[in-house]
Write a protein that binds this ligand. Structure first.
Ligand SMILES: Cc1cc2nc3c(=O)[nH]c(=O)nc-3n(C[C@H](O)[C@H](O)[C@H](O)COP(=O)(O)OP(=O)(O)OC[C@H]3O[C@@H](n4cnc5c(N)ncnc54)[C@H](O)[C@@H]3O)c2cc1C
Length: 279
């Protein structure tokens, strides 16, 4: 089967070609798209982003971290900028799939795929990240939380490309990512939790908590965040927070896990995350 593929070197060329081929699908690492197309009788035209200039690189400018759309899990795991300013993202990237997947899969693909189990999404959500998109109508920036509408469905408009992801440095906070899967490698998350906390010892200034794989999209546990914010973490508050976070989850039963286990594990992962950060 011949597949019409175009490999432009600039965003403007990519967008112009896409408008001429409305059925085309952007192709980054291919670890989601090619798996999905593998058995399809007909393939759409592919807009290969590999050589598009300006979609790579991880940098920090004026306290804002920007990650190029084509950054792979390996790039993110090993980036000095990420290790210093958002270590939970490096932690999450290191847990994805296998070395092959981490070498190919990109941050933009993880976002556009909009899986509730996508492992970069809870950390990005807890970092209050924004998704930078570009089209012939211009550029816009959308909070990540508003990009994911349902499993596999995003708020990206027709002919919009993700160009980068950006968020404020979390250097002044402690942050962690926790996930549970069937095993360590090559397992999709059953439950995941990302936490960003600013605190002095056990005195919490604020926390941001994002949950993965326990609702149709990644969710922020805002009631639990409010409960913890401005308080001294003691055993009673820990118990109350771990109970409340379970109520904020809306898990389902599927082939990977059941709703009761997922709900209970939200509490367990929150306790683990708080013990790793707020002490
Ligand atoms: C064996 C295996 C194990 C995996 N394990 C994990 C895991 O542990 N955790 C996890 O989170 N994921 C996992 N995945 C899923 C996958 O690797 C990730 O979602 C990956 O980040 C997708 O990125 P990609 O570059 O490969 O995207 P692609 O497959 O190229 O594209 C995915 C989707 O994003 C769109 N897209 C890509 N780039 C852009 C852009 N710049 N703008 C707009 N749309 C775009 C494509 O059109 C397509 O719809 C696994 C996949 C496989 C095959």
């Amino acid at each position: 089967m011949d597949v019409l593929t175009y490999s432009p070197s600039s965003v403007s060329d990519a967008l112009a070609w896409w408008h001429g081929h409305p059925d085309a699908r952007p192709l980054a690492g291919g670890t989601d798209l090619l798996v999905r197309l593998k058995d399809a009788p007909e393939w759409p035209p592919l807009l290969d982003l590999t050589y598009v200039a300006g979609l790579r690189g991880i940098r920090i400018t004026d306290g804002i971290v920007t990650i190029g759309a084509l950054s792979t899990y390996n790039d993110i795991e090993n980036s000095a900028v990420i290790l210093e300013h958002a270590p939970l993202l490096s932690e999450a990237a290191a847990l994805v799939g296998s070395p092959q997947i981490r070498n190919r899969g990109t941050i933009a693909g993880n976002i556009a795929n909009a899986s509730p189990a996508g492992d970069l999404l809870p950390p990005l959500c807890a970092l209050d990240a924004r998704v930078d998109v570009i089209s012939t109508a211009g550029a816009r920036s959308v909070p990540l939380e508003h990009v994911m509408l349902a499993p596999g469905k995003t708020a990206l408009r027709p002919y919009e490309l993700i160009s980068s992801v950006s968020f404020a440095s979390s250097k002044e906070t402690d942050s962690v990512f926790e996930r549970l899967g069937q095993r360590q490698a090559l397992a999709i998350s059953k439950v995941s939790l990302a936490l960003v906390a600013r605190h002095a010892g056990r005195a919490i200034d604020f926390v941001r908590i994002a949950l993965g794989a326990v609702a149709p999209v990644i969710i922020r546990a805002r009631k639990t965040e409010e409960l913890l914010g401005g308080k001294l973490l003691d055993d009673a508050l820990m118990r109350a927070a771990c109970d409340l976070v379970q109520q904020e989850a809306a898990p389902i039963t599927d082939i990977r896990s059941n709703d009761q286990y997922r709900r209970a594990m939200c509490g367990a992962l929150l306790e683990r995350a708080l013990r790793r950060t707020v002490q």
